[in-house]
Design a protein around this ligand. Structure first.
Ligand SMILES: [Zn+2]
Ligand SMILES: [Zn+2]
Length: 98
């Protein structure tokens, strides 16, 4: 697995709770957003469709446990660290019921 010593995600600093980990991925609470985030344990941004499906599935499972009944969505946009694959689970704003 490739690591970049200047990359925050590669450092895997356990400064927030971790919800899940295996040899390829981990899910931790993002310290910027305070939300569950899945991170590839490899410094790259290109993943194949199998990896993308696995990341979405694991993050959705962990986020469901974390948010409980609150609706959420998986945000795959990488803003701060565009070169290391990660995805956030974010709360979905409740649409008022008119
Ligand atoms: Zn974040
Ligand atoms: Zn990295």
């Amino acid at each position: 697995m490739a690591k970049d010593s200047n990359c925050e995600l590669c450092s895997e600093a356990r400064i927030s709770p971790w919800l899940f980990e295996d040899d390829r991925l981990f899910v931790a609470i993002c310290i910027s957003c305070n939300l569950p985030m899945i991170v590839l344990r490899d410094h790259r941004c290109n993943i194949d469709e199998d990896e993308a499906v696995t990341m979405r599935q694991i993050l959705a499972r962990e986020a469901k446990e974390y948010f409980g009944e609150a609706p959420f969505f998986i945000d795959e946009v990488m803003r701060q660290i565009p070169d290391h694959k990660h995805m956030h689970a974010r709360r979905r704003p409740q649409v008022p019921n008119f």
